[in-house]
Design a protein around this ligand. Structure first.
Ligand code: TYD
Length: 189
C-alpha cells in the first residue's frame, strides 16, 4: 500500500505519519516512512534554501522534481515492489499546490509527475482552519511576512481541496491527534 499525507503547514502531518506507522507495524506490516523534500542532496538543498534565501520559482520546481525522481527510484519503488507499505509526508500534490501558488499550472505539474511517480492508494488531506494552522507554525499577528504567507497558504489550500480523485480523503485535523488518527483508520482496510 502507498499512503500519502498532504495539507498546508501546521496541520499535523508528521504526527499522523508516526501514529499510522505504529498502528500498521503492530498489525505486522513492513512500514517505510519518508518525506518530501527528502533527505537526499536535492531535498537538502531545498530545505537549506528555506533558511538561506529562496530559489527562483523555476529552480525550485526543477529541484523538487529531481528530488522526487530520486526518491521514487531509490526508496518508494523498491519498497512497494517488495510488498512494504510506504507512508509519505508530502508528495507531488504539494508541488501542485505550493509551486502552483508560485505561478505554475497545477495540472501541468501533475501530468509531468505522473510520468515517473506512481499514484498513491490513499491520500489523507489534513484540513485545518488557516488561522489555527498559522498559530501552530508560530506565525503571529503583525509579523512582517504574515500577509504574504497567509495568502499563499490559503491558495495552497484551495488547490489541495480542488483535487477530484476518489483516493483523496479530506480529514478534519482540528480534533486531538488520536481522534484524527481514528478517523484516518476508518478509510483503510
Ligand atoms: P515541510 O513538510 O513543511 O517540512 P518541515 O516542516 O519538515 O521543514 O516541507 C517544507 C516546505 O516545502 C513546505 O513549506 C512545503 C514545501 N514543498 C513545496 O513547496 N513543494 C513540494 O513539492 C513539497 C514536497 C514541499
Amino acid at each position: 500500500m502507498f499512503i500519502v499525507f498532504e495539507g498546508i503547514d501546521g496541520t499535523g502531518k508528521s504526527t499522523q505519519v508516526t501514529l499510522l506507522a505504529e498502528a500498521l507495524r503492530t498489525a505486522g506490516q513492513e512500514i517505510i516512512c519518508s518525506k518530501e523534500p527528502s533527505d537526499g542532496p536535492h531535498g537538502t538543498r531545498l530545505r537549506n534554501s528555506a533558511e538561506n534565501g529562496r530559489l527562483s520559482p523555476q529552480e525550485e520546481l526543477d529541484l523538487f522534481h529531481l528530488d522526487r525522481r530520486e526518491h521514487v527510484e531509490t526508496l518508494i519503488k523498491p519498497a512497494l515492489s517488495r510488498g512494504a507499505t510506504v507512508i509519505l509526508d508530502r508528495y507531488f500534490f504539494s508541488t501542485m499546490a505550493y509551486q502552483g501558488v508560485r505561478g505554475f499550472d497545477p495540472l501541468e505539474i501533475r501530468t509531468l509527475n505522473e510520468k515517473f511517480a506512481p499514484l498513491p492508494d490513499h491520500v489523507f488531506l489534513l484540513e485545518l482552519d488557516l488561522d489555527l494552522a498559522l498559530e501552530r507554525i508560530g506565525v503571529r499577528d503583525g509579523q512582517a511576512n504574515q500577509f504574504e504567507q497567509r495568502e499563499a497558504l490559503q491558495e495552497c489550500h484551495k488547490i489541495f481541496t480542488s483535487l477530484p480523485d476518489p483516493f483523496i480523503h479530506r480529514i478534519n485535523a482540528e480534533k486531538t491527534p488520536e481522534e484524527v488518527h481514528q478517523e484516518i483508520l476508518k478509510h483503510l482496510p
